[in-house]
Design a protein around this ligand. Structure first.
Ligand code: NAP
Ligand code: ZN
Length: 355
């Protein structure tokens, strides 16, 4: 018997959220059923459900920052048991056989991973995300949440945490240059950015936040940043030319890429994770001069996600959150887009009970 659970659903991009009953599949032999305790709100949820990245199938439930407790397991599951504290991120399946899956890079599965929501699942149904009471997931796409991390501060790690950890790790944020820490700039201090700051600091980098204003200065410093530079101030791009080894770009909107590439040292790297809806432009000379690298990064693999969760627990890192009820999601979306959420909104799923 499929499970019927409460979930937040939209019937169209401009429709308000409603609490609806949706069906979760009967767990297969290799599935885990998770009682969701907390679900983070990622800007990708907003881009998706507002059709900013293209049309998606409605009715739809989004949410890919999921933390909760295992409440049932399929007969072949050996890794997980009832009561385990677990998380699910942006993917719920992949082929498991291609070069990328075999290299633990399921996010880049050559046959396409199955996204946690709005994706065609292996059985042909459309996946529904984590703004819900429960989810049923293949056991390979579940990670363990260390006991040190509460569910609400852990949920955002499943997307914002891994999406910043993976490129910081890949591009050596923790390495030194001539014996000194790398100078890492985190561009945009939102849900992803504030995780990027904490993770880069814990890796050993000297971290600068590039934010539109100095509004978030004190909080950024409390998270370990050395300084906050306001990108909207006159002369910003000229004054800080050639300063950084690595820029982690988390911006969700259009930006002047040439100016930001100019902030890199020769051979510096801009790792892009922010995914604005519009195409972006830059001069090839912004890369050619100084032999710079413009790289993309897509979440991270499951093993890497586990490594990130353990790293965060070890370093006492969690998301800085604002907890909201299921009736506050529409208004919170507007606040996220306006940069008013410091720094991740997380849905307390116990509020489904009275909804
Ligand atoms: P968020 O919390 O809204 O943060 C985005 C930040 O970008 C804001 O805090 C703001 O920083 C800056 N920003 C917003 N509008 C801007 C504008 N018009 N001009 C300049 N800066 C602006 O979003 P998020 O959840 O961190 O997600 C960030 C982006 O990453 C989204 O596009 C999301 O879809 C994408 N994403 C990608 C992946 C991946 O795998 N690559 C995974 C998750 C999310 P300041 O206020 O500090 O200026
Ligand atoms: Zn996300």
């Amino acid at each position: 018997m499929p499970l019927t659970v409460k979930a937040l659903q939209k019937t169209g991009p401009d429709q308000p959220y409603q609490v609806a009953e949706i069906e979760r599949r009967d767990p297969r032999a290799d599935d885990v059923v998770i009682d969701i305790k907390a679900a983070g709100i990622c800007h990708s949820d907003i881009h998706t459900i507002r059709n900013e990245w293209g049309e998606v199938p409605f009715p739809l439930t989004v949410g890919h920052e999921i933390a909760g407790v295992v409440s049932a397991v399929g007969e072949d599951v050996t890794e997980w048991k009832v009561g385990d504290r677990v998380g699910v991120g942006c993917m719920v399946n992949s082929c498991g056989e291609c070069e990328q899956c075999l290299a633990d890079q399921e996010q880049d599965c050559l046959r396409g991973n199955v996204g946690t929501y709005a994706a065609k699942d292996v059985d042909g149904t459309i996946t529904q995300g984590g703004y819900a009471q429960k989810v049923v997931v293949n056991e390979r796409f579940v990670c363990r949440i260390p006991d040190e991390l509460d569910f609400d501060v852990a949920a955002p790690l499943l997307c914002a945490g891994i999406t910043t950890f993976a490129p910081l790790d890949r591009w050596g944020a923790g390495e030194t240059v001539n014996g000194l820490p790398k100078k890492v700039a985190v561009l945009g201090m939102g849900g992803l950015g504030h995780m990027g700051v904490q993770i880069a600091v814990a890796m050993g980098a000297e971290v600068t936040v590039l934010s539109r204003s100095r509004k978030k200065e004190q909080m950024a410093m409390e998270l370990g940043a050395l300084q906050v530079l306001a990108t909207a101030e006159d002369g910003f791009f000229e004054e800080h030319r050639g300063e950084f080894d690595l820029i982690l770009n988390t911006i969700s909107a259009d930006i002047p890429l040439d100016g930001y590439l100019g902030l890199l040292k020769p051979h510096g790297v801009m790792a892009v994770v922010g995914a604005p809806p519009n195409p972006q432009q830059f001069q090839m000379f912004s890369l050619i001069g100084g032999g710079k690298v413009l790289a993309g990064s897509n979440i991270g693999g499951i093993a890497e996600t586990q490594k990130m969760l353990d790293f965060c627990a070890e370093h006492g890192i969690g998301a800085v959150i604002e907890t909201i009820g299921v009736d506050e999601v529409d208004s919170t979306y507007d606040r996220v887009v306006n940069g008013e959420v410091y720094f991740r909104a997380v849905i307390d799923t116990s509020t489904f009970e009275n909804a």
